[in-house]
Ligand binder design. Structure first.
Ligand code: SAM
Length: 237
C-alpha cells in the first residue's frame, strides 16, 4: 500500500533508520487504517501517500527533534487512531509506550492492530484529566506527546501532570505555535513547566509543522488538573 522506499527516505531525513520489519509494520498499519475506516470513523486521510507523510513522517519527526533514551516511558495523550504513539513504537520498539484516549472504539482498533503486528503497549481508556490523578500515572513518564488534541493552554493541564520532573512534554502543532505559546505562559508555569522550546520544520509535502517542547522543572501542584468542565471553560492561560 505505502511506498516503503519513500517512507524509508523520509525517516532518514529525520535521522531515523527503519529496517524491513518496521517498514512492513507501517505498511500493515496503513492498510488496516484504510480498511477499518470503511466501517468506523478513524481518519479523514486515506490516500497511502498522505498517510505516509501526514501521519507517519509527522509522528516520526518527534524522534529527530529530541533524544529519547532506550526504554524511556512515553505516553501519547489523545492518541485517536494511534498518532504519534504507534509510529514511534514501530520505529523504536524499545520504548515503553502508553496510549491514552477518552474514546474506546479507536483504542480497540489500536490494540488489535498492535497485536497483529506482534507488538504491545499499555492502553488507557480515560480522559487525561482523570487518569493523571491516579498514583500509577501521575508524574510517571519520561516523555509525553500530544497531536491535534487541544489548544496549548488546555493541553498543558491535560498533559504536564503525567510527566516526571526532568521529563519533557511535546505538543505537535501546525503553525500556530507562537500564538498558542503566548496564551499558555501562565498555565505552563503553574503546572511546573519550564520555558517552551519551539522547533519548526517542514514535512516532505512542504507543510509547516512546529513542535513545542516543555521541560518539567517542578512538580505539578495536586490541585491540577481541575475537573474537565473547568479546564474547558476557563483555561489557566
Ligand atoms: N492524536 C491523534 C491524531 O493526531 O490523529 C488524534 C487526534 S483527534 C483530533 C483528538 C483525540 O483526542 C480524540 O481521539 C479524542 O477522543 C481525544 N481527546 C480529546 N480530549 C481528550 C482528553 N481530555 N482526554 C483523553 N482524550 C482526549
Amino acid at each position: 500500500m505505502i511506498n516503503k522506499g519513500l517512507l524509508k527516505e523520509y525517516a532518514q531525513g529525520f535521522g531515523i533508520q527503519l529496517d524491513e520489519t518496521a517498514l512492513d509494520r507501517f505498511d500493515f498499519y496503513a492498510k488496516r487504517l484504510v480498511e477499518k475506516n470503511k466501517t468506523m470513523n478513524l481518519t479523514s486521510i486515506v490516500e497511502p501517500q498522505d498517510i505516509a507523510v501526514k501521519y507517519f513522517a509527522d509522528s516520526l519527526s518527534l524522534i529527530s527533534k529530541t533524544s529519547l533514551p532506550r526504554g524511556a516511558k512515553v505516553i501519547d495523550i489523545g492518541t485517536g487512531a494511534g498518532f504519534p504513539g504507534v509510529p514511534l513504537l514501530i520505529a523504536r520498539p524499545d520504548l515503553k509506550m502508553t496510549l491514552l484516549d477518552g474514546t474506546g472504539k479507536k483504542l480497540r482498533f489500536i490494540e488489535e492492530t498492535l497485536h497483529e503486528m506482534d507488538m504491545a503497549a499499555e492502553i488507557i481508556h480515560a480522559r487525561a484529566e482523570d487518569s493523571s490523578k491516579s498514583p500509577e500515572h501521575r508524574e510517571m513518564f519520561d516523555f509525553a506527546a500530544s497531536r491535534a488534541v487541544a489548544e496549548l493552554s488546555r493541553l498543558v493541564e491535560y498533559c504536564l501532570p503525567f510527566v516526571k520532573v526532568g521529563g519533557v512534554f511535546a505538543a505537535m502543532k501546525a503553525i500556530s505555535a507562537e500564538r498558542e505559546q503566548d496564551g499558555a505562559t501562565a498555565a505552563i508555569k503553574l503546572l511546573g513547566g519550564g520555558v517552551p522550546d519551539i522547533k519548526r520544520f517542514f514535512l516532505p509535502d512542504g507543510s509547516e509543522r512546529s513542535l513545542i517542547f516543555i521541560k518539567k522543572i517542578s512538580q505539578t501542584p495536586t490541585k491540577y488538573p481541575r475537573p474537565s468542565a473547568k479546564i474547558a471553560k476557563r483555561p489557566l492561560g
